[in-house]
Design a protein around this ligand. Structure first.
Ligand code: COA
Length: 254
């Protein structure tokens, strides 16, 4: 069974993270599959909305750490960058269903979705600092805008999880639902969107986002340069080594 499932029906393409045994952590192959699916959905006139979903118990544990060490992102044509550009520029409505842990890019990708439905078990975290890294996917721009600077600093500097209620309060999610219903609610909303005129949706989304589209693109690029450099520095090497060895990291020397 594939780690990414793609299904199109009734004008909606659904992208399902399907690697539950590894907490839906995302490999380079999965980034490629998701980037391709988004680009295809963008081109296909029969597709009028996209859903990104995981499992009722887990949305995504973020980057697959082992795969990340073996295949560090090489530049703007790497699979993770292709995915980040595809999702941040996606012109049609994008709906997410998120339950359980949403770590790293599992949370930051939601900043680029239009509607987000969360299970009451959703736990969002952006532990980039704990991994010796910096934020990605324009989260260093969009999280302070959404949460306010001090709450953003708490989320990004401490990297501690926050739960569905807090995400609802700051506007990261639209509604909290039972975890077993989240995917169905997202699907129903996407199908509702798919009945509306696509040209009006695309234009409305473009106008809402146009004020900072170039800032977002620049931030993704700046963050990417730092993230790529920091991946090979001692703090990240210690954090990733500790994760692979299932021990606590020791940052006392970095
Ligand atoms: N990369 C690779 N493998 C991962 C992973 C990741 N990001 N997250 C989880 N896994 C693997 C674990 O190694 C474990 O594999 P194993 O069964 O072969 O030992 C399996 O998925 C289950 O994970 P586990 O940690 O036992 O599940 P949990 O329910 O106790 O905790 C999380 C779930 C998501 C809170 C926890 O796995 C976690 O913190 N993961 C790392 C998140 C992270 O730092 N991501 C990087 C962001 S850039």
């Amino acid at each position: 069974m594939s780690d990414i499932l793609i299904h199109s029906e009734a004008g909606v393409t659904t992208i399902t993270l399907n690697r539950v045994e590894k907490k839906n952590s995302i490999t380079t192959a999965m980034y490629s599959a998701m980037a391709d699916a988004l680009l295809q959905a963008q081109e296909d006139t029969a597709v009028r909305a996209v859903v990104i979903q995981g499992h009722a118990t887990v949305f995504s544990a973020g980057n697959d750490i082992g795969d990340f060490l073996n295949n560090p992102p090489g530049g703007e044509d790497s699979p993770v960058f292709r995915f980040m550009l595809a999702i941040s520029n996606f012109p049609k409505p994008l709906v997410a269903a998120v339950c359980g842990p949403a770590v790293g890019i599992g949370t930051t990708l939601l900043l680029h979705c239009d509607l987000v439905y969360a299970g009451d078990n959703a736990a969002f975290s952006m532990p980039f600092v704990n991994l010796g890294l910096c934020p990605e996917l324009a989260s260093s721009l969009l999280v302070p805008q959404m949460l306010g600077y001090h709450r953003a600093a708490e989320a990004l500097l401490l990297g501690e999880p926050f739960m569905a209620e807090a995400a609802l309060e700051v506007g990261l999610v639209n509604r909290i639902v039972p975890p077993t219903e989240a995917n169905a609610v997202a699907q129903a909303q996407a199908r509702k969107l798919a009945t509306k005129p696509i040209s009006a949706q695309v234009e409305t989304k473009r106008l809402m986002k146009k004020g900072q589209a170039s800032l977002v693109a620049q931030q993704i690029s700046d963050e990417g340069a730092s993230f790529g450099r920091m991946l090979s520095e001692p703090a990240a090497r210690e954090a990733f080594g500790a994760f692979m060895e299932k021990r606590k990291p020791d940052f006392s020397k970095v």
